[in-house]
Design a protein around this ligand. Structure first.
Ligand code: AMP
Length: 558
């Protein structure tokens, strides 16, 4: 944007906010910090930020000189969290190309659609994921090169109509520095598709500027408060919203990263916490639920953790209390693929510390940081006050918030009306309240809220209440059609191992112990084996609604 003629210019330098600058800073000033990758046996693999910087330069040379990557070509990764994936995170955008992280848990059909839509030319893949990639290759029309890193059966690629490269051989012997181009900070750096629960997945493209500013926010004391004294266990996948921005943010402050690679099950996670002793960790509630069950069965020392960030879906207060008791305090955060993702984070304000109010603040989704503006919109489009009571759809805007979706290289970006307001704010589809001091409490997804006789029932409130019952391992509540009220809640409950439940007493618990109003109590109940999850570990309520509609659930009516 050029300054207006009558603008008084500042006397500051104008240095573009580029990912290459984060890399150069991290690999020199914090050159001894480490990426520690869990290997499942023996000592974890350690690589310093200085080595990552050198290898990222080598990868960029290889991508340019051997694979012919130019301009804003898309380079995809299909990989776990590990050191090579961090190298790609920096090399690809720093050289001016676009990193496209593929979600390895998506159904094959969606993966094919996404790779073709983004027109990826290269896929950097972990050897362990070749069984997933190889059968799809004949349908990935734009992919010319596959670069394989780490152990796995290469013969799966025999006969594939692409050029296959070994990651280590490809980068070996190349120069360990690269003259990173001075790009436009607004240029595309990385892209990530939303999980596409309705319609086709939508591409969100982050700019160098948005990544840079978001990273600065992540390390701030008000957000994750990270310094070079920390080691962050990055469970949240690098294929889901840039691992919540952690790989970039850690390079800004020299934070060591502990990467679980493919060892995401509760037992190895507990083992890596005990042996590497991270101070910080980030993951969705389902990971923490699993870890809690593991720690209850086989106690381990997790006392090194002094901040556990839980986000991606609502953190049940009971889960927060359980980790608090284990000496690993939880901090709740909210965000979306479209918000880079940090939207809010819940640190109780100073005046509440040590009072009854403190926990009440911590269980909210949290406070908006300075870079995120928020407003609530009612059903008729009216602006609602920040009074902690008025419930509406959350809309946000800011420097790391999407203003449109990717629609191919030659098409104008998509701005669907249900996703963006006329004045350009992102409509999040999340429903809740905002307190006068800027704390967000989400009561539901707009599509999951239960509309009963003209009133709204929060499925999340019922789920949190149910999950605080000692026999309940997990619970999901969905709206089902009802002749009299339009919709009513159906409670689907997963019991802890060996536990039994009677629905009447669960209902009484909700009313008497959790203060749920009588008219909001579910009358339809069922026990299920496990709550179905989406590709990023969130409750998949559409699957439950379908099972109910197809008569597959054995429902008891109270
Ligand atoms: P995704 O783009 O896949 O990361 O999904 C974003 C959505 O996850 C948000 O719009 C919310 O519905 C949900 N979400 C993320 N964090 C939270 C949270 N802390 N509490 C409730 N819902 C959340």
């Amino acid at each position: 944007m050029s300054p207006r003629e009558d603008t008084v210019l500042s006397t500051m330098q104008d240095v573009p906010l580029l990912i290459s600058r984060i890399l150069t800073h991290g690999s020199t000033v914090h050159g001894t910090s480490q990426v520690i990758t869990w290997t499942g046996e023996g000592e974890p693999h350690r690589r310093s930020f200085a080595e990552i910087g050198a290898r990222a330069a080598q990868l960029a040379h290889a991508l340019r000189d051997t694979l012919g990557i130019r301009g804003d070509d898309r380079v995809a990764t299909l990989a776990w969290n590990n050191a090579e994936h961090v190298e790609a995170y920096f090399a690809v955008p720093s050289m001016g190309a676009v990193l496209h992280t593929l979600n390895l848990r998506l159904p094959p059909e969606q993966l094919v659609w996404i790779v073709n839509h983004a027109a990826d030319r290269v896929v950097i893949v972990n050897g362990s994921l070749l069984p997933l990639l190889a059968p799809l290759l004949p349908r990935l029309g734009t992919v010319e090169h596959v670069v394989v890193a780490g152990p796995g059966d290469r013969s799966l690629l025999d006969g594939a109509a692409v050029r296959v490269h070994e990651y280590e051989e490809l980068i070996a012997g190349r120069p360990t520095s690269y003259d990173w181009p001075e790009l436009d900070e607004r240029a595309a750096a990385a892209m990530c598709y939303t999980s596409g629960t309705t319609g086709d997945p939508k591409g969100v493209v982050y700019s160098h500027r948005s990544v840079y500013l978001h990273s600065m926010q992540i390390v701030m004391a008000e957000a994750m408060g990270l310094t070079d004294r920390d080691t962050s266990l990055v469970v949240v996948p690098q294929f889901h919203v840039n691992a919540w921005g952690l790989p970039h943010a850690t390079f800004m402050s020299g934070v060591n990263m502990l990467m679980p690679d493919r060892f995401l099950q509760p037992a190895p996670l507990a083992e890596m916490i005990e042996s590497v002793r991270p101070t910080h960790a980030a993951a969705v509630p389902t990971i923490w639920q699993g870890l809690l069950a593991e720690l209850t069965a086989r106690p381990r020392d997790i006392s090194s953790l002094n901040r556990v960030i839980i986000g991606g879906s609502a953190c049940p207060p009971s889960l927060m209390q359980a980790f608090d008791k284990l000496g690993a305090p939880v901090c709740h955060a909210w965000g979306m693929t479209e918000t880079s993702p940090l939207g809010t984070i819940s640190h109780a304000p100073a005046h509440s510390l040590g009072t009854d109010e403190e926990f009440g603040y911590r269980v909210t989704q949290g406070r908006f940081p300075a870079g995120v503006e928020a407003r609530l919109t009612g059903p008729g489009g009216e602006r609602l006050p920040w009074d902690g009571e008025s419930t509406g759809e959350l809309e946000v805007r800011g420097n790391w918030i999407a203003g449109s979706y990717y629609n191919g290289p030659d098409a104008p970006p998509l701005r669907p009306d249900d996703k963006f307001s006329e004045d350009g704010w992102l409509k999040t589809g999340d429903v809740g309240t905002i307190s006068p001091d800027g704390f967000l409490t989400l009561t539901d997804r707009a599509k999951d809220v239960i509309k009963s006789g003209g009133e709204w029932i929060s499925s999340v409130e019922l789920e949190n209440a149910l999950m605080s019952h000692p026999v309940v391992a997990e619970a999901a509540v969905v709206a089902v059609p009802d002749d009299r009220w339009g919709e009513r809640p159906l409670a689907t409950v997963v019991l802890k191992e060996g536990a039994a439940a009677d629905f009447a007493s669960l209902s009484a618990f909700l009313e008497e112990r959790c203060g749920i109003a009588k008219w909001q109590l579910p009358e339809r109940w069922t026990i299920i084996e496990g709550v179905p999850k989406t590709s990023v570990g969130k409750f998949d309520k559409k699957v439950l609604r379908k099972r109910y509609a197809d008569g597959e659930l054995d429902v008891t009516r109270l």
